[in-house]
Design a protein. Sequence first.
Length: 434
Amino acid sequence: MAEQCDWSKLTDKQRKEIANDGYSDYSSGAPVTVNDNRTIVGWAVGGTTDPGHNGGQVTIVANNPDPNKATNIAVLYRGSSSPLKLTDDHFASDLKQDWIDNDLPEGLNILGSKQSASSVPQLASASKTLKDVIRKYPNAKIDVYGHSLGSMAGQYALADLTPEEAARINGGYLYEGPNVYNSLNDRQKHMADSYAGTGKVFNYIDYLDIIGDVGNFGDYKMVGDRVYVDPSSSSKFWMGSTGLIVRFLYSVAHEHGWGGYQFKDGKFVKTDQVSLARTWQMVDHNMEHFGDIRKALQSSGGGLSDGEKIWLDCDEAGIFVQGMLALIAQGDVQFKDWLDESCSKADEEWKGTLADASGVGGSLSGQEVLDALAQGGATETVICEQPKGRYHESFTKFTAVGEDFTDLAGRIQNAAKSVVSTDQDLAGQLAAMA
């Protein structure tokens, strides 16, 4: 008998399976499963539907068969129908709605069209669906899943929420979807920026997928955080060693369908990349909030007091310092990987040198080989220990920069608190705005 899973313990691999479940048609009350049907995620509420009658199929999954008792809800947006099913009349209709009526218009939007994403039928319908779910299940945490066109639907739906609605979102897990950010209006971009760096909304991209690369091939702003998965070695071979037509077909048929994804202990094998765009999304969002506070303080009458000016200066400086800390935290991961790899290469270089020398001087003892290498300046210290020392010195300097910014952030925060503690009027206004 299948067991029910704990949603808080779902692995990357299981979440990918849930997104793939969005391509299945469910009857009302049917179980939605992972792990080869051994584990129940939840039950389809109302079955798989097309609420906008535009080909945008969606499945609502609840962790309790009684929706009134559900504490977790997942919204599964389906991606585009496969062109390989063109001979099926039902899928032929879906194909037109997905690719002609939705994928093509939104693709043009992403690439510079003046149209808004709201003009794309399935995206507008996806937004309405998510808002309806939030209203219908006031006590449930909401997760959003989508692949390909379903990812675009999920991105748009999340960006179109109000701050109050967005507070209900537990997570967003979106795969291989073109980046819709540039087709959003200003209000939606502001909401999209609010997800950056929160660890709540993820867009997983295989860089060998030419469809997922649209709007993602570069460091651009997006709805949530972009995560590049590290494609399999076979994917890299086929995409690097074949002709253009074969690469195109392999990318669409294999990479776009999660074919290059790798897992280790249930987690994605991914590449860590520093994203300046994500950092600036965080800064932009915080600066907009800062602007609202400044306007509110200015509108209180009599202009800004000295205490208000100092507090605003501290808050503004703190926003940029926190942005730098976020960038440093991203760089720290890559720097550690570089340090480990470089030190390993230095160790291997010395081992290789010693093995080569021993092979040439087969009659020499180990010490005699070391002495001969030393006469030519090839010692373990020169080849291995000194380079490793320089690598560690560079990492220490980088770490020191982070420590300096952390110290600066603390001093700015303490200065702001000091101003508030001595200015009761300012403290009252900030409390009212909280």
